[in-house]
Design a protein around this ligand. Structure first.
Ligand code: S3P
Length: 466
């Protein structure tokens, strides 16, 4: 790999923007589709996962128009307006698309078939299909209806449900709440510890009656959703990589405005603060989703113990927390994180394998543990240039590169990005993976790298990849 994006000698310094929040983007598309009237979305995350959600909505007869980068208009079909898809709905790699969509489809009087990529077809869906079946939906599919591909036929109306979820999962909670829009009575979900509450907040914004009480949330039956404008905040899960990078790279000061700081998502900020990170949230703005400016600088970190109710608040940031732990003095212990085993990969295993390549050891009990600080070696990856037909654009080239990259690493995006933070050329690796999962726009991400003071030696060309 010969595209050299070098870490600046003086550290990472500057102001950057991160792409829109993934969870909020999915929900904006889905609820916009079910509303009466149009929903204008800005800051939508144009990643494969969120575009898959829009694609499936298109297949269900919803008109979605891209008006500009991250700007979409969804013509709401109303609660009764979705149409039977004439082909299989492909959710790609996106668990959020599959599970939330199952909730919506449970209330549709027609058959739909859902599938996904290799990773998604391995992930558990029974946690969603079981409660939906209790509400009256018919689901058949692999592993007794608990693995994709799945076929679902909805019922109208669905039955009311009081559900006690065995796992703290916003996807399970959201699927049931979305199905609740089609129920003839109240639905409520109780979780072992609260998970992210974007669905509840957005449902209220669309006019639904939702109440929350500690670990329980209830949706009243009846009523319509009304389309409205949604501004998606920056994704704290993307900001997390830069916050940890700033803490680890000497001489750094990074500012990230417009990041979502919903308290159900800010667990990493709490833990990094406890570890001694120089981290601030300023310019707080209230709204359907609160946001603020995050600032991080080089820090001396110490180990921390993480578990319990904190886990769902930083579930997607645990890989990058493990990276922070390699630089921290003392042991960092993460308990109650079994959910990591059923993400895009078994993230505890892949973290162990990937960090081992760099010289760090992750001990696995049921909890995982890392003793720092660890002197890490820099890991280099080699890529064979893909054979593309002559005249293929840079975009096609990069997308093949990314496929290879993911295959080669055998990890999922978040673990890879976390390791990327460690490398001397971490920004390059952030760029490459961000291209696939976050920005879909290599130039924009390279600009971010430059804003942070990185030096970029030239354009990405096929010959650079030898
Ligand atoms: C998400 C919830 C979390 C998270 C995922 C997005 C959501 O998954 O890991 O990246 O948007 O609801 P679980 O609900 O399975 O914990």
């Amino acid at each position: 790999m010969r595209v050299l994006v070098r870490r600046p000698r003086g550290g990472l310094a500057g102001t950057i923007r991160v792409p829109g929040d993934k969870s909020v983007s999915h929900r904006a598309g889905l609820l916009g589709a079910l509303a009466a009237g149009p929903t204008e979305i800005s800051g939508f995350l144009e990643s494969e996962d969120c575009l898959n959600t829009l694609g499936t909505l298109g297949a269900l007869g919803v008109e979605v128009t891209r008006k500009g980068p991250g700007e979409y208009r969804v013509e709401g079909a109303g609660l009764q307006g979705l149409q039977e898809p004439d082909d299989v709905l492909d959710c790609g790699n996106s668990g959020t698309t599959a599970r939330l969509l199952l909730g919506v489809l449970a209330g549709q009087p027609f058959w739909s078939v859902l599938t996904g990529d290799d990773s998604l077809r391995r992930r558990p869906m029974g946690r969603v299909t079981q409660p939906l079946a209790q509400m009256g939906a018919t689901v058949v599919g692999r592993s007794d209806g608990s693995r994709l591909p799945l076929a679902i036929r909805g019922a109208r109306p669905l039955k009311a449900l009081r559900y006690r979820s065995p796992v703290p999962s916003a996807q399970v909670k959201s699927a049931i709440l979305l199905a609740g829009l089609f129920a003839d009575g109240e639905v409520s979900v109780e979780e072992p510890v609260p998970s992210r509450d974007h669905t509840e907040r957005m449902l209220r914004g669309f006019g639904a009656r939702v109440t929350a009480d500690g670990r329980s949330v209830t949706l009243a039956s009846g009523g319509e959703l009304r389309g409205h404008a949604i501004q998606v905040p920056g994704d704290i899960s993307s900001a997390a990589f830069f916050l940890v990078a700033a803490a680890l790279v000497p001489g750094s000061a990074v500012t990230i405005p417009g990041v979502g700081v919903n308290p159900t998502r800010t667990g990493l900020l709490d833990v990094l603060g406890e570890m001694g990170a120089d981290l601030r949230v300023t310019d707080g703005r209230e709204g359907e989703e609160p946001s603020g400016t995050l600032t991080a600088g080089t820090s001396r970190l110490r180990g921390a113990r993480v578990g319990g109710a904190l886990i769902p608040r930083l579930i997607d940031e645990l890989p990058v927390l493990a990276v922070a732990a390699t630089a921290a003095e003392g042991v960092t212990e993460v308990a109650d994180a079994a959910e990591l085993r059923v993400k895009e990969s078994d993230r505890i295993a892949t973290l162990g394998a990937e960090l081992a390549k760099l010289g760090a050891r992750v001990e696995e009990h049921p909890a995982f543990e890392l003793a720092g600080p660890v002197g890490l070696s820099i890991c280099c990856f080699r890529f064979v240039p893909p054979d593309l037909p002559e005249g293929s654009g840079r975009e096609a080239y990069l997308s093949v590169l990314n496929e290879r990259l993911m295959a080669e690493m055998q990890v999922d995006g978040r673990v890879f990005l976390s390791n990327a933070v460690l490398g001397d050329r971490f920004v390059l690796r952030v760029c490459v993976v961000n291209f696939r999962t976050e920005a879909q726009d290599m130039d924009a991400v390279l600009e971010v790298a430059e804003e942070l003071g990185s030096k970029i030696d030239g354009e990405l060309r096929p010959e650079d990849l030898r």
